[in-house]
Design a protein around this ligand. Sequence first.
Ligand code: SF4
Length: 591
Amino acid sequence: MRINPDVSRVLHVDMTTGKAQILDFDSRARHMGGSGLAAALYEAYGTPSAPWDDPTEPIIFAIGPLTGLFPVMTKVVCGFRSPHTGQWTESHAGGRLGLSLRFAGYDALMITGRASALSALEVGSRSMQVHNVHYLRGRGVFGTGRELRRIGRHMSGHRSTMRIGPAGENGLSFACINVDSFRHFGRLGSGAVMGSKNLKGVVVTGDGAFELPGGDSKALNKLYKDSFMEVTSTSKMKKYHDLGTPENLEPLNELRALPWRNLQATSDPAISTVTGKYLAEEYLLRKAACAGCPVGCIHIANLRQQFGEDHEYLYKQVSYDYELIFAQGTMLGLSDPQDILPVLDETESCGLDSMTTGVALAWATEALAKGIISEEETLVPLQFGEVDGYLKALRLLTNAPNEFWHTLGRGGANAAAKKYGGEDFACVLGGQEMAGYATGEAYYVSHALGFRHSHLDSGGYSYDQSDKPKDAQKASDFLVSDERDRVIINSMVGCMFARKEYSLERMQECLHVAGFTALSDTLAQAGTDMQHLRWKLKFDTGFVPEEQTIPKRFMEVTNWKGQADPVYLQDLRNTYTNAIRTMAGAQGALE
Ligand code: SF4
């Protein structure tokens, strides 16, 4: 099949009827792919006034025009209404999903409706089937993966398996979708959206073939080789392959920007057993890569656990990276990988977002120590550095046996702190539990007000680490323009680790030689348009920047620059609020 350069080919599956149709969605020159395509589809098919779990609300998995054509163009954008915030959002994952969708012949898979029984969706280039998998109810992510792989085994080609755990079935607002065992649509609750559709898993088989829309195959081959060399020869990408993102743990600890024990500290000597080097030397089993990536940054540890008394051991493969070690290691006061890895493994099995889970449990630990809540609520003792309580807490969080765990699981630390107290030390910036950077004002504002409430919307944390003056206008301009660049690469859909290797001009060249000439010409404008559309959708689905909080804890912590400057922070907050309101075309209190 030849790829149409002008429209995106979308498979729309309605889980209520079990029927599917193919849409030729106009126009690629406007929506690009990935992030832009998901937003444009939501603009056309979503209902912003409906609740996030309304069956008509879509969950969208979108690849980009360069997926599978160039190195590290490997990711998939999942667009959905977040149960954590109610707003339109995105989460990104790699694995084999992007390539499987490409070979299945779809630019996007859009799922609406709600199945009458717990189901798994199987999709190929010429087939679609809904399987009743009621027997998987309550099953963990690992066991579910084994069952789903059986469903797709009669087909050939690149195959990818997405699934949710009990957290997604139970509607936890930070349930994730596991992709091919070691990748995730992690943040903001896409797993609960799948659960609300009675959808336990999706198997995508790329059993077709595709032809490029045109272009220049010789030039494409040369550009592929050049891009491959650039991606594999930089020291930065070598770093991702070598120690992976955990390499950042030690320097951030030295900078006093690594959160420990619910951000009560930003540095600790206990770092020595959670550095990237220590983890690699003592625990690393193997590395893996997303399909189409020559870097391979996925680090998988070998966890050996003893059971019984007679030298019986269980071996498990547990993936780890910087954010996971921060959220369920340092944030919980755990510094022995032998403690951290089982927590990561159990979190994975439940199908929870590791980062939000860790930060929410860190809040609960401090709230318990301060007497704001008691063991009547938590049911188990929670203490920084004590792993047993956390392992039990993960099942309590997932199964919600009382009001406390129910509240924490549906809204996280913010929801629980509103009910019980302790908002000052709930490490939530705006709509979501923090990522592992206590770098200062630009990061706090970009996370609190950012499109995804994430460290990935823009490089606020790197702006804080530069020598730039405290100029709110300049910082706000940086956040806006950096986000625009990221919208474009997230519409192609490339791995963010290689964003420096794919400049705007390089992406235009890639599109041109592959035959997407109209999009190549409009790329810069399309990036701006889709950035604005994403903001519009976020406001339309309930975002109010003035209501986003930056708790007191963030103003108390000290890093290498000292404490955050409240005047600069407020100035930046106001300036950035005006900027995003302007992009969204939204009226606001500050205008
Ligand atoms: S660098 Fe890592 S996350 Fe990025 S595409 Fe490669 S393996 Fe996947």
